[in-house]
Design a protein around this ligand. Structure first.
Ligand SMILES: [Zn+2]
Length: 229
């Protein structure tokens, strides 16, 4: 049987990709490292991507995609493989009861590239309100995003990863840690305003307690592996 293919354009790099629906071989790749899906996903996406700008990508090529491009590719492969409807299986953060809701991925918001952004690797300069330092930041690759995935969440480390330069010099983590929190908050907010590509969070209303919660579809078990959980 012929697998379906589709041509897509990544939002930042403008690269043209031919993607192919996933099959049983793809599922086998996904589970080849004992549920460490962040380690096997690049191989999975590389398997499902026939070409990027005419060339067959390796897992390493996928890891080097900027996150908005990588997420776009992942969601498009999901849609081609499973269809637009995704059954979210999550738990309410307020009452703890399970929530089952159907999300239509065709209706996910796509945020345009911010004004003035120059592909394929846009960066933005801001002046910090407290220390008056000039900071340039951009988007990070999947590889960089995942480099501390097994550590505790560290908001300053996350901000540091996005910084390209401080007063024209390469950033040093210790220096970023010394920044007053007002500057760090300003940086986090500035980075959020430059978010682009698919908005991967959806608001879901709990049917038990009526509370509205935000769910990131990319970490939902249904997205990671349809039919599991
Ligand atoms: Zn609830």
């Amino acid at each position: 049987m012929d697998l379906q293919t589709k041509s897509i354009v990544l939002p930042i790099s403008n690269s043209v990709c031919i993607i192919q629906e996933a099959d049983g071989f793809a599922d086998k790749i996904l589970f080849s490292k004992k549920f460490n899906l962040h380690k096997t996903y690049p191989d999975y996406w590389a398997y499902c991507t026939k070409t990027i700008d005419g060339k067959k990508p390796t897992a390493q090529d996928i890891k080097r995609l900027l996150i908005p491009d990588q997420q776009y590719l992942a969601i498009e492969i999901y849609k081609l493989s499973y269809g637009d409807e995704m059954e979210l299986k999550t738990a309410c953060t307020a009452c703890g009861k399970p929530i089952g809701v159907t999300v239509n991925l065709a209706e996910l918001e796509i945020r345009p590239l911010p004004e003035g952004a120059n592909p394929p690797d846009p960066s933005y300069e801001v002046k910090l309100p407290r220390t008056k330092r000039k900071v340039t930041f951009g988007y990070i690759t999947y590889e960089k995003d995942m480099d501390d995935v097994d550590s505790d969440y560290n908001p300053t480390r996350t901000v540091f990863k996005f910084i390209r330069s401080i007063d024209g010099q390469p950033p040093v983590y210790e220096e970023v840690q010394k920044l007053p929190v007002r500057d760090l908050k300003y940086l986090r907010e500035a980075m959020l305003t430059k978010a682009t590509g698919y908005k991967t969070t959806v608001d879901v209303k709990c049917s038990h307690c009526d509370k509205e919660i935000e769910v990131n579809i990319l970490v939902d078990v249904s997205f990671l592996f349809g039919g599991l959980g």
